[in-house]
Design a protein around this ligand. Structure first.
Ligand code: SF4
Length: 329
């Protein structure tokens, strides 16, 4: 008998166009997961409201752009379930029911709660929704009875809260929820064209939707070893963000060559950047090709999301039946 694949769930807040850092950090992992697991990938649009409730004007556009990038990168609707959180209202119902059994101190001790408030000081995050977003996250996971959830080390406390809530529910009523296991994933950090972490907010990102010309231009003007001013100055690849790209995109022979020739000024930055631009373009070509299938075809995109959301809603409804039964409501 064929063994049931373990179920895996992962979501992203709608942040619009995705960049190369998102591709290497998250989407490449998702592509692997869709082979190994019964994978559910969702757009966490309600989560976006927890910090951006005052500025919702672009959410739909961001969802659309992000979905195009998922699909173009190789997330395949025939191999996984792709849906939008708000299209499955049972997430909100389970969130409400779980919030009834969640002690407030469990939420207040969440390490990212205070960090985020500090980080986003310009916004008023004293809302009930922001304090309770880990409960919504728990509902997202538990409603699909996910076996595994990919997390970085910093998100482990969130998943622990989900596990605690599952235990609390199972002990108070009838066991309904399995305790999801963390699937520890390494997310390599990609530098942006200014040498800081690649981020939309730093304006230093290379987007999956950039054209070949844009990509080459961004690389051409990218910062290098700041001490290498003239072509004849030797450089230090260890402090050069371009070299960090070589280590990701270039073949080992090229990496070794740049590592040696930069230090003796045998290679100039223009040629060095061109080598890595060629490799990056090769990496992005299949994504650009796949984009053609989705850009300008909103009905096709809607078809994928509608189908995925229907499937997700069906699974969620089954869990909710067991939840209602357990709670006698
Ligand atoms: S040659 Fe390459 S690795 Fe060396 S400083 Fe220039 S861009 Fe950086």
């Amino acid at each position: 008998m064929r063994q049931r694949k373990k179920r895996m769930l992962s979501g992203m807040q709608p942040s619009g166009r995705m960049h190369l850092g998102n591709l290497l950090g998250a989407l490449d992992n998702w592509i692997k997961f869709q082979q190994e697991y019964d994978a559910y990938f969702f757009v966490a649009d309600w989560h976006a409201l927890s910090t951006n409730y005052a500025d919702t004007g672009k959410i739909r556009e961001y969802i659309h752009e992000m979905l195009i990038d998922w699909l173009s990168s190789g997330i395949n609707p025939d191999r996984c379930t792709i849906f939008i959180q708000s299209r499955v209202p049972d997430h909100a119902v389970l969130h409400l029911l779980l919030s009834m059994i969640t002690p407030v101190p469990w939420l207040e001790r969440n390490p990212t709660y205070k960090e985020k408030i500090e980080e986003l000081r310009e916004r008023d995050l004293t809302s009930y929704g922001f304090l309770g977003y880990p409960v919504l996250q728990s509902a997202d996971i538990l409603i699909y009875k996910a076996d595994v959830v990919p997390v970085g080390v910093d998100q482990l406390p969130h998943l622990e809260l989900t596990r605690e809530l599952a235990r609390r529910f199972n002990n108070l009523y009838t066991p309904v929820f399995p305790e999801p296991q963390p699937l520890l994933t390494e997310v390599p950090k990609l530098l942006g064209t200014d040498g800081r972490k690649m981020s939309k907010s730093y304006n230093n990102a290379i987007y999956l939707s950039d054209s070949e010309k844009d990509v080459r231009e961004k690389l051409r003007t990218m910062v290098t070893d700041p001490a290498r001013v003239r072509r004849t100055d030797p450089g230090d690849p260890d402090v050069c963000p371009v070299f960090s790209y070589h280590k990701i995109f270039s073949e080992i022979g090229v990496v070794d060559r740049v590592n040696t020739e930069c230090r003796t000024a045998a290679i100039g930055c223009i040629d060095c950047k061109k080598l890595v631009a060629d490799r990056m373009v090769r990496r992005l070509e299949p994504v650009w090709e796949a984009r053609e299938k989705w850009v300008g075809h909103p009905k096709k995109l809607e078809g994928v999301v509608a189908e995925g959301s229907r499937k997700a809603a069906k699974t969620a409804a089954q869990t909710m039946e067991a939840v209602r039964e357990a709670m006698k409501i």
